[in-house]
Design a protein around this ligand. Structure first.
Ligand code: FMN
Length: 187
């Protein structure tokens, strides 16, 4: 046995989410996209999520100022655009323009959502923690959207067809196949 050096990359796999934000109120010219893998669920009711963003990043500053953001699920087919958004900076380039992602205006927040993403959440920041080099934005989910073509039996997300993009150990992965239902062994 030996040691694991990059613990941060080994809590895996993580779905890749695209956080969207608008730097200036009512100004779509200031919209931005940041790919995030450090995303988590915080609460059921009200539904809350958390995202970790490196302090000082353009998106962290924007979200700290505006207190709202979109969270849109990436698919494997978007990988190249996602990758670009993950090394470019919203204060230097218009990532919507370069990637060609289509915007839809959210219902409850002043930020765009990404039309091509199968699931999008509208989030309002309720708390910000600063553990060390990252900021943890804890946010309430005010609205959810799923493209109806990804609904199975009209109810649950059809993960097999969604082909979500995952991140693990500095690599992109697809999700793989379903093995069983939760608590299947109980009954
Ligand atoms: C798949 C992927 C996952 C990422 N996850 C995170 C993350 O969870 N937190 C973070 O701060 N940066 C993460 N990044 C890096 C940011 O996306 C990157 O620093 C980006 O260029 C910042 O954009 P901005 O300058 O427009 O804010 C990730 C990048 C990729 C490609």
């Amino acid at each position: 046995m030996t040691v694991l050096k990059k613990i941060r990359n080994l809590v895996l796999p993580l779905p890749v989410m695209l956080a969207t934000c608008r730097a200036e109120k009512n100004d779509p010219g200031t919209d931005n996209i940041i790919p995030l893998a450090w995303v988590g669920i915080v609460e059921y009711e009200p539904p809350m999520v958390n995202v970790m963003i490196g302090s000082g990043k353009y998106s962290a500053v924007t979200i700290e100022n505006r207190k709202e953001f979109g969270l849109c699920m990436a698919t494997a087919g978007m990988m190249e655009k996602v990758d670009f958004c993950g090394y470019s900076h919203g204060d230097k380039v218009d990532k919507f323009k370069v990637t060609g992602f289509s915007k839809i205006q959210a219902e409850k927040i002043d930020a765009p959502l990404i039309k091509e993403c199968p699931i999008s959440l509208e989030c309002a920041v309720r708390d910000i923690l600063k553990p060390k080099n990252h900021m943890m934005f804890i946010a309430e989910v005010l609205a959810t959207h799923i493209d109806s073509k990804f609904l199975k039996d009209g109810e649950e997300p059809d993960l097999e067809n969604m082909d979500i993009l995952c991140y693990a150990n500095d690599q992109y992965w697809s999700m793989g196949r379903k093995l069983n239902n939760l608590f299947y062994s109980k009954y």
